[in-house]
Design a protein around this ligand. Structure first.
Ligand SMILES: [Zn+2]
Length: 418
């Protein structure tokens, strides 16, 4: 909420990043209001911002002057197409800045850099076999990728505002990866190791669960508007859920919420990467989906993350050609997925569940049966209104969310020094 002497405006926050430490820091709060207004409505004038946010005109003027000085906002000229006097229009600038996100997954590393307005400055993906790399080797590869991205931003005269790394596992508040079964990691102090490898950089460095980052990207760039109740499912070796509930990222007590893939679905089911039996992931994760769909592929081959991409392409090709075995396998996978989504719907009643990662390409075949299960198992009528859709984001979703996480800090009024 913005603090002003005039009308008190209502501001819905979809805020997951750090908040100003002291809520009495009125100016930071007001910066946040102006920046978020511009992110959603630019180009707009100072008078527009004052009218919509309830901040008085002198306050807006002073805030905008400061934002222009820090090159976070710029003027783009007068407009004549409006009732009343022509006004100077403002947009987000941020051209001297960059926010970086990285992701480590079972079969790839990605890096994304965004400018303040969300424009992509770089998007890299490289194959990476976590199974044949120790955590130390993985950290060295991540650090090398981070250094390259930071150096590229430096050559473009951009200052790095922060770097966030997404990991498919349980990440605590200090950036320690407690467990990442599909990377083979346990108790890896990723944040500290990367800080050391990057020579203690001056920008903030955070480690976060990959699904949590992907849902932030989905929320910002996915096209579901400003929905306050959204779940993004990662479709990879593991199946994680990033959950935005009532406008906030759901983290839970120690940050371990959203382990959708380890919902116990069948006590006699297949062995899961976590060592238990019949977790949802053991039924719908990529290894299970590939084994079920392509009987000609050996079990070892089906569970090799480096082969997920080609196998999913083949499943897609056969499904399109109407191959009965593949269609049947996707139907069963959709059913299991729907059973898991029905549990989510009963617990948190999301408006959208987006299927990400490798699920996205197969969504046309997974969604109809997932929806049937959701409707049949949801206590609320019509699945409580939950819609299952394909994610509009590609496999860089978590890295893009990592960069968006950095932008969240700016949007909450924590500004870079001028
Ligand atoms: Zn499990």
């Amino acid at each position: 909420m913005a603090i002003s002497t005039g009308r008190e405006p209502v501001v819905i926050t979809i805020q997951s990043g750090p908040q100003p430490a002291d809520f009495a820091d009125v100016r930071a709060t007001n910066f946040a209001v102006v920046l978020r207004h511009l992110r959603m409505n630019a180009p707009c004038s100072r008078a527009d911002i004052a009218a919509t946010t309830g901040l008085n005109k002198a306050t807006v003027s002073s805030l905008v002057t400061d934002l222009i000085k820090r090159r976070l906002v710029r003027e783009v000229g007068m407009t004549e197409n409006r009732v009343g006097r022509p006004a100077m229009m403002l947009v987000l600038d941020g051209s001297p800045y960059a926010a970086i996100g990285l992701e480590v997954n079972a079969d790839y590393l990605t890096a994304v850099a965004l400018d303040l307005s969300g424009e992509r400055l770089l998007s890299w993906r490289r194959a990476f076999a976590s199974a044949s790399n120790s955590p130390g080797q993985a950290i060295a590869s991540l650090a090398a990728l981070a250094k390259r991205a930071v150096a590229k931003m430096g050559r473009e005269d951009r200052r790095v505002l922060g770097l966030t790394i997404g990991v498919p596992g349980l990440v605590d508040a200090d950036g320690v990866v407690e467990l990442a079964p599909n990377l083979g990691w346990r108790e890896v102090d990723l944040r500290k190791s990367l800080l050391r490898a990057l020579n203690e950089p001056g920008y903030p460095l955070l480690v976060e669960n990959d699904a949590n980052l992907a849902v932030l990207a989905e929320q910002r760039y996915g096209g579901q508007g400003s929905t306050a109740n959204l779940v993004h499912l990662t479709g990879g070796a593991g199946v994680g859920a990033g959950i935005i509930c009532d406008g906030r990222l759901l983290r839970g007590g120690r940050g371990f919420a959203g382990e959708f893939g380890h919902i116990p679905l069948d006590p006699d089911g297949p062995l899961c990467g976590c060592g238990r039996r019949g977790c949802l992931e053991s039924l719908v994760g990529m290894s299970a989906l590939i084994s079920r769909s392509l009987p000609d592929v050996s079990e070892a081959d089906a569970s090799a993350p480096s082969e997920f991409g080609p196998h999913v392409d083949e499943i897609h090709r056969r499904a399109k050609a109407g191959n009965a075995h593949v269609l049947d396998a996707l139907e069963r996978t959709g059913q299991y997925l729907g059973q898991g989504i029905a549990i989510l719907a009963n617990l948190i009643n999301p408006e959208y569940v987006t299927l990400g990662g490798y699920f996205t390409a197969l969504a046309p075949w997974l969604i109809p049966d997932a929806e049937k299960e959701l409707l049949a198992r949801s206590i609320a009528g019509r699945g409580g209104g939950t819609k299952i859709i394909a994610s509009a984001l590609d496999s860089s979703a978590a890295a893009a969310g990592g960069a968006a996480r950095v932008l969240d800090a700016i949007d909450s009024g924590i500004l870079p020094a001028p």
